[in-house]
Write a protein that binds this ligand. Structure first.
Ligand code: GLU
Length: 309
């Protein structure tokens, strides 16, 4: 298995590398615009404990919206089904920061993986606690699932996004006007901007996502980190909603639950098999890593990983 799997990773890396530099690095968060567009890494963490990597797989990058998977996990565990009072579970078919549906749908965002839905989820996760307590919980969970205490929040990225956060503030105020938020907008966004600024490498991220491939179990101890029911549901939401208005295309091409971030990372889950993290900062029009998607498509086809077979 080892050599075969390393071959799949290496081949996917070589295949996608020729497109490096295509796509556009996110520039609306100024700190992200500084990142070298030629960076490219891939890491696969298998359910049997093996790791396989290629390229810049050990270099931390800004996980951005991939953090929404982890805050959804925590919120679902903390609140159970009452979370769905605040946010839905339908694909939006709209861009990541769209406000249009909020107006026609009473301020309830379509799903927890678009910006509005993630802000509503973070609001519920706060649950009358402080910003610092909530952020510590998120960071601790990311460190625990990555089995690595060096996972950190990049303060420069957090400040950079907070400085340019008019769009996310608008989404939050709009939801607040519909009475769909329980805490002050600036409290929620103080958590949201920091969760998006968590920095992880592909290796750390693949390890951190492994519990979602293992029915919610911690890969080392086999302890149930989250319930298997929640695990299935998070994977379903990732498959249907993980790439904004590119979610159908990603499901068609890759066939796995996934979540993109505008930092150029993607986390994909192959239930029962493992987790894959890719990073390449050039994005397609929907804000998903262009080279990362190509690598995932190639890898999943070669390894035969798909939720549809
Ligand atoms: N922090 C970004 C934002 O809120 C996340 C978007 C993304 O990664 O897709 O705009």
């Amino acid at each position: 298995m080892s050599n075969e799997m390393q071959g799949y990773v290496q081949n996917a890396f070589e295949y996608a590398r020729s497109s490096c530099g295509e796509g556009r690095v996110a520039s609306y968060i100024p700190a992200l615009a500084q990142v070298d567009p030629k960076k490219f890494g891939i890491a696969v963490a298998l359910s049997n404990g093996e790791y396989h990597c290629a390229g810049d797989a050990e270099e931390p990058f800004s996980i951005q919206s991939i953090s929404k998977v982890f805050t959804l996990t925590l919120a679902l565990e903390r609140l159970g089904n009452t979370l769905w009072e605040s946010v839905g579970r339908e694909p939006s078919g709209s861009s990541f920061n769209s406000i249009i549906q909020l107006e026609t749908e009473g301020g309830k965002p379509r799903n927890p993986l678009i910006n509005a839905g993630a802000i509503a989820t973070t609001d519920r996760l706060i649950d009358n606690r402080s910003v610092d307590t909530t952020i510590s919980e998120i960071l601790d969970f990311m460190r625990e699932s990555a089995a690595d205490d060096s996972v950190f929040i990049d303060g420069i990225v957090a400040t950079s996004e907070a400085g340019m956060g008019a769009r996310n503030r608008s989404l939050a105020h709009f939801m607040s006007a519909f009475d769909n938020l329980r805490h002050p907008v600036e409290t929620i966004l103080a958590v949201y901007f920091q969760q998006c600024a968590v920095a992880m490498s592909c290796s750390q991220l693949a390890r951190a996502g492994l519990f979602l491939a293992l029915s919610g179990k911690d890969p080392s101890s086999s302890n149930q980190l989250i319930s298997s029911e929640h695990c299935r549901r998070i994977n379903a939401i990732m498959l249907a909603c993980g790439h904004y208005d590119n979610s159908g295309e990603f499901a068609f091409r890759v066939g796995l639950p996934g979540k993109s971030g505008v930092g150029g990372g993607i986390l994909a889950i192959a239930p029962g098999q493992g987790a894959i993290a890719v990073w390449s900062p050039g994005l397609n029009q929907a804000g998903t890593s262009l080279v990362g998607s190509l690598a995932l498509e190639h890898f999943a086809a070669a390894a035969g990983w798909s939720v549809f077979e």
